[in-house]
Design a protein around this ligand. Structure first.
Ligand code: SF4
Length: 388
């Protein structure tokens, strides 16, 4: 039996650093930053807490143009013109948690479904035939429906078809992640949702996810188990985006330093009202999203920055040049939705509904190279993949 989450794998973690940065201190720290400090941070590419706070501060809001230019230049220097595509594969929407913002929460009136390994493979084969080589397995947090052994079997089978297999499932302990790494998983995505402990408690009233610190530690269990890629983020709209951006930057810097063998990515999921879920609590408009993406690129030149199909096609196209390196495409957010039609509930409504071919064309029109596999021999969309 693969171990579920325990708290005994590491002796210290990012929560120790968070203790030095309570939310009130962070709010005040950001509020005191000046436009001179923001300008200096754009020029120097420093990575201190002052630089980070200055870049996400109201004082930097008037410097979006130079921030975007610097961010775009830095991204092209580090990543070239490449934009990498992946697809999520939802395998179950059963969940033991009560996240107030999510349409899959335990109390939500939604059709539930957990795919068998064969059903999941049917969706995976569809995605493979479309040309995807990076896949993200997603499930609600109910190990009784899709136990760790299920993922171990599925990942083993997927290795033949996919160059990269990431997971976004319930937290495991180090040994649990190790078994999945051994099976072939190389990426772990685990959003903290919000770094504000009080908001976290309000949003997660019951279920295993209620434990803020346990969730925060899980990504480090994955890193310790050898996950090559670590994806973090906050659900934007639960709390003030400026403070969330500060904490995400601090968390990413910490992970990069401590788990230097892993590659860290940051996602920018903006909250959408889900059936049975609450409305966004705090506004995150487009200019806030731009500032956040640029700030994190300037602080984290090597990090992957990920944008999902939660955002509209127009906005995604406009954000491409400033720092994004990874995009989901043609996503379906319900289990079995790729080949089985709509038989269960979706987690959120997809805004950008373009096919992989349409996305690749849009990306190429803007001068970027769409890439479906980014190591070994690079596998380009326009070098042999023929989406149906
Ligand atoms: S956000 Fe994740 S853990 Fe929370 S209810 Fe939705 S599926 Fe479950």
């Amino acid at each position: 039996m693969i171990g579920l989450r325990s708290t005994k794998n590491t002796t210290e973690d990012f929560s120790e650093i968070l203790k030095q940065w309570p939310i009130g201190r962070v709010r005040d720290f950001i509020g005191r930053r000046t436009s001179a400090e923001a300008g200096a941070a754009i020029e120097s590419l420093g990575r201190t807490p002052v630089d980070l706070a200055a870049l996400v501060s109201p004082a930097a809001s008037g410097l979006l143009e130079p921030m975007a230019q610097r961010s775009a230049g830095l991204t092209r220097r580090r990543f070239g013109n490449i934009l990498q595509f992946y697809a999520p594969l939802y395998v179950s929407n059963y969940c033991r948690n009560f996240c107030r913002y999510c349409g899959f929460n335990r109390g939500a009136d939604v059709r539930r479904r957990a795919l068998t390994v064969d059903e999941a493979m049917a969706d995976a084969e569809y995605l493979s035939s479309e040309g995807f080589r990076h896949i993200l397995l997603v499930s609600g947090e109910d190990p009784s429906r899709v136990p760790p052994e299920y993922f171990e079997n599925l990942i083993t089978l997927l290795c033949d078809r996919f160059a990269s297999i990431s997971i976004e499932i319930y937290p495991l302990d180090r040994d649990g992640y190790l078994r999945l790494v051994d099976a072939g998983a190389d990426g772990l995505t685990l959003y903290q949702e919000t770094y504000d402990p009080l908001v976290y408690t309000r949003m997660h009233p019951a279920g295993p996810k209620k434990d803020f610190r346990s969730r925060l530690r899980a990504i480090e269990c994955g890193a310790a188990a050898g996950m090559q890629s670590l994806g973090i983020g906050a659900l934007l709209g639960l709390s003030s985006w400026r403070e969330e951006a500060f904490y995400i930057g601090m968390h990413a810097l910490y992970l990069q330093r401590r788990y230097w063998r892993s590659h860290v990515s940051v996602s920018f999921p903006r909250m959408r009202r889900a059936a049975g879920g609450i409305a966004p609590q705090r506004s995150v408009d487009d200019s806030a999203l731009v500032q956040m993406i640029c700030a994190l690129r300037l602080i984290l030149p090597d990090a992957g920055l990920v944008l999902s199909t939660r955002e509209s096609a127009r906005l995604r196209d406009n954000l491409l040049p400033i720092g994004i390196t990874r995009l989901s495409a043609a996503s379906v957010t319900e289990p079995g939705g790729y080949v089985g039609g709509r038989r269960s509930g979706t987690q959120f409504e997809v805004q950008d509904k373009r096919s992989l071919r349409e996305m690749a064309d849009a990306v190429k029109e803007r001068g970027f190279d769409p890439v479906l596999k980014d190591w070994d021999a690079a596998y380009r969309y326009d070098q042999g993949v023929s989406p149906q």
